[in-house]
Design a binder for this molecule. Structure first.
Ligand code: FAD
Length: 354
């Protein structure tokens, strides 16, 4: 098999599973900018455990394909990779995944007077309407949530509102997102940091576990499930999963989150055993509570989020509720310390970071 494949992206685990040597060169300080910090850490840890080399704070400066037989033929046709930080790799294949920008330059928007913003994104209001009253833009060209279902729904709302005499707007508050990595990532709602910035008191329920069936295969990799809750209303603000079938789970959980489900609702639901999803209803005690409430703030606006103070907050006790790990599996993974928050701003859409 190939050796030394630098992948500028986030789905290299498959290549590693095929026994390729894989290196991920990543501009940021961690993979998956915009996702919950614990998920990012879990993915990076998982990849590292798989032997994938992660290079952060770097990007590729130069690629040069070797055209001759070098060193006895071993490196013929391979690619010399030089990174901005001076790193050197030899690769068989290089995958560049730089993200996307709206393809609007040839549309003649300037002639029509349509305003664009960063990266040429068409600026629209909540009705997908541009600054020119009879021109609308839906989907990726407005660079908001670059996902197929969002584009479809924006088109639907536009058609109903403008031609169907039934006006409505797309609700972007709980757009579920999946990363089809291995295992998958599923996320809906606010990350922990977003919740802590917006709400006075936030409970974080977090469990790292091994699915029961992993006991059969000897797979000791920790999966992650995290639920972020508003302490005052008990409403669930966000769910983040790094586990098999996370995309399937998050699709259904998004309905509950969008419907205003509380943690009490989740706790009172009966589990299906043995499943990964049962972890969601098994969490009984918050792993950590971030509480900025005091007498002066109780009935007022949330004070500004102090990232530095947040960094120094100590995690509280771990969730003692039942889990797959406690149902017969032994997980040897240690709970890593949470990353320092607010290292990087969250973009509009997590998928843009893939
Ligand atoms: C690699 C990749 C993986 C993705 N995976 C997922 C995923 O798993 N799940 C998900 O929900 N989303 C995913 N997306 C995002 C999803 O594809 C987009 O959000 C979605 O296609 C947006 O729909 P759209 O109609 O706005 O744009 P598009 O689907 O890009 O359609 C735009 C159309 O306009 C045409 N066009 C462009 N310029 C002109 C012109 N000047 N004149 C006429 N026609 C023109 C294009 O040819 C194209 O057919 C992925 C995107 C990429 C690139």
């Amino acid at each position: 098999m190939a050796r030394g494949i630098p992948c500028y992206g986030i789905t290299p685990r498959g290549q590693a599973a095929l026994r390729s040597d894989v290196t991920v060169v990543c501009r940021g300080s961690n993979v998956l900018r915009g996702f919950d910090e614990d998920v990012r850490q879990a993915v990076a840890g998982s990849y590292t455990n798989r032997g994938i080399k992660l290079m952060f704070g770097d990007s590729i400066r130069r690629l040069e394909r070797r055209d001759g037989d070098v060193g006895g033929g071993d490196h013929a046709g391979r690619i010399d990779v030089t990174t901005e930080q001076g790193g050197r790799l030899v690769a068989d294949q290089v995958l560049l995944a730089f993200g996307r920008t709206p393809n609007t330059t040839s549309l003649g928007l300037d002639r029509a007077g349509v305003k664009t913003g960063a990266n040429g994104a068409i600026i629209v209001d909540a009705n997908s309407r541009t600054n020119i009253p009879n021109i609308y833009a839906v989907g990726d060209v407005s660079n908001q949530f670059n996902l197929t279902p969002v584009a479809i729904r924006e088109g639907h709302a536009f058609a109903d509102s403008v031609f169907g005499k039934k006006a409505w707007q797309v609700d972007y508050s709980n757009v579920p997102t999946a990363v089809f990595s291995s295992p998958e990532i599923g996320t809906v709602g606010l990350t922990e940091l977003e919740a802590r910035a917006r709400y006075l008191a936030v409970d974080v329920y977090k469990v790292r576990f091994r699915p029961l069936k992993a006991a059969v295969t000897g797979d000791c990799e920790a999966r992650l499930l995290k639920v972020v809750v508003d302490c005052e209303s008990d409403r669930i603000l966000g769910i983040h999963i790094f586990a098999e079938e996370a995309s399937e789970m998050i699709q259904v959980l998004a309905i509950a989150v969008g419907s205003g489900a509380t943690m009490k609702d989740f706790m009172s639901a009966m589990a299906v055993h043995p499943t990964i999803g049962e972890e969601v209803v098994a969490m009984q005690t918050p792993t950590v509570r971030y509480d900025r409430r005091d007498a002066s703030h109780r009935s007022s606006q949330a004070p500004p989020f102090d990232a530095a103070a947040a960094c120094s907050e100590e995690p509280a006790k771990k969730t003692p509720g039942p889990s797959s790990s406690s149902l017969g599996c032994v997980c040897t993974h240690k709970e890593p310390r949470p990353l320092c928050p607010h290292k990087e701003p969250r973009p509009l859409c997590p998928q843009q970071a893939t």
